[in-house]
Design a binder for this molecule. Structure first.
Ligand SMILES: *Cc1c(COP(=O)(O)O)cnc(C)c1O
Length: 432
């Protein structure tokens, strides 16, 4: 059986209506090089969404490849339950060094969803272990409308995207919902519920899965201040924004904020291997200390927690940030994008272009859901040699940070041509 038929026969893809999937030829990627993906027929495509928002320095980067191979010659996997290992130890030290001051402890897991799940369970248990009975009443969470924090049940409870989350409501705990970017709304919620709130959870600056929803400047700072005033912990989900996507290593740095929990995944290994980290403060950590029989340990862990190969890839990723001055390169691309996105924003099918750093959403307007305009644009882009993936009718552009200026121009041009082709085709069909 050829790979395409075997895919159709046996695979079930994430976030995919399989009835539509089996009606199209799948693009089967066999190899990659830098910012190009290469399919089984040898055709090349620019990786316009960093292989789902995680690739940083490009594919098959010699430094990352060598780091994973070197670790493979030592050990591929051991465990963090009862044992430790050098790449896990060294990576924790490096992450603490890089993260906003005050985040001293690193708890590993393997996806963005688990990084957030861990933060919310830690925050909950932290309050349950307080001597003060009033503190133990802090059992609720505040999350933003249109939030996305992953697909496990706890993370889905915090999620606010109806399309993904509303069906599961009966299964979930109830979060208090704040309006994104509106500090006054959060203040209102905390004023009436402040002493029940364990933590406020936010994606900083940009709500990615909401379609690149951008918060106004100063919002994150206000969220931190409101949490402090009402005694709530702050969980910042930097799974998408972390590792340079917004122009700084972490989005929190733009507003000088130290959260109580920092959730990292996606770009942590440069897009090589599944690894996540939940960073927290000494204050939270100390809330779990006690005699064995007090049972204050954090009873949570995954088999592949802190996998050594993944930690080695993460350490190399952080080194390459310095060697290649990645953040300076992103600043150059940021300026370039201002210029090259103008002709895209000018298209009549485009309602708005939203962007922070290398996180960009191009919103198409005026098309009924059933037309799947975002998807049509994706197919047109693919024909022209670029892989992008939409969120509904928002076309997402989020290339690897290492993309060159000319490739970035080519990617944006391709997407512009794809939008023109897809919307023309629909206009013609409507006229016929
Ligand atoms: C992708 C994402 C997650 C979930 O990460 P997974 O590794 O897919 O589980 C969580 N939060 C944000 C902000 C994300 O973008």
């Amino acid at each position: 059986m050829d790979p395409a038929s075997a895919d159709h026969a046996h695979l079930w893809h994430p976030f995919t209506q399989q009835r539509g999937w089996v009606g199209e030829q799948p693009l089967v990627i066999e190899r990659a090089e830098g910012t190009d993906l290469i399919d089984v027929h040898g055709r090349r495509y620019i990786d316009g969404v960093s292989s789902l928002w995680c690739n940083v320095h490009g594919h098959r980067h010699p430094r990352l490849d060598a780091a994973v191979r070197a670790q493979l010659d030592r050990v591929a996997h051991t465990t963090m339950l009862g044992l430790s290992h050098p790449p896990g130890i060294e990576l924790a030290r490096r992450l603490v060094e890089l993260a906003p001051g005050g985040l001293q402890r690193v708890f590993y897991s393997d996806s963005g969803s688990t990084a957030v799940e861990i933060a919310l369970k830690m925050a909950f248990q932290f309050w349950q272990q307080q001597a003060d009975a009033a503190a133990r009443r802090r059992i609720r969470f505040v999350a933003l409308r249109e939030a996305y924090h992953g697909d496990t049940v706890g993370s889905v409870s915090l999620g606010g995207i109806d399309l993904f989350h509303s069906l599961y409501r009966p299964l979930l705990f109830d979060a208090l919902r704040a309006e994104p970017g509106d500090a006054a709304d959060l203040e209102r919620i905390l004023t009436s519920h402040g002493d029940e709130v364990a933590a406020v959870v936010v994606e900083p600056l940009v709500q990615g899965a909401a379609g690149m929803l951008i918060h106004p400047p100063g919002y994150l700072r206000s969220v931190r201040e409101l949490c402090d005033r009402h005694g709530a912990l702050l969980i910042v989900d930097e799974v998408a924004t972390g590792f340079g996507r917004t122009g700084r290593m972490f989005a929190c740095e733009h507003e000088n904020v130290t959260p109580d929990f920092l959730c990292l995944a996606k770009g942590l290994t440069g897009g090589y291997l599944p690894l996540a980290a939940t960073l927290t403060t000494e204050r939270v950590y100390e809330g779990f200390l006690g005699e064995f029989e007090e049972l204050r340990a954090f009873f949570h862990g995954h088999t592949y927690t802190g996998n050594p190969l993944a930690c080695a890839a993460a350490l190399a990723t952080l080194e390459v940030f310095e060697e290649e001055r990645t953040l300076e390169h992103v600043a150059e691309l940021d300026a370039l994008l201002d210029e090259i996105l103008e002709p895209v924003a000018a298209l009549s099918a485009v309602g708005e272009v939203r962007r922070r750093g290398l996180m960009c959403g191009i919103e198409l307007t005026g098309f009924p859901l059933g037309w799947r305009m975002g998807h049509r644009v994706t197919l047109e882009a693919r024909r022209r040699g670029a892989v992008v993936r939409p969120l509904g009718d928002v076309v997402i552009l989020m290339p690897p940070l290492a993309i060159g200026a000319s490739e970035l121009r080519r990617l944006v041009d391709t997407v512009r041509e794809a939008i023109v082709a897809a919307t023309d085709e629909v206009a013609l069909a409507a006229a016929a």
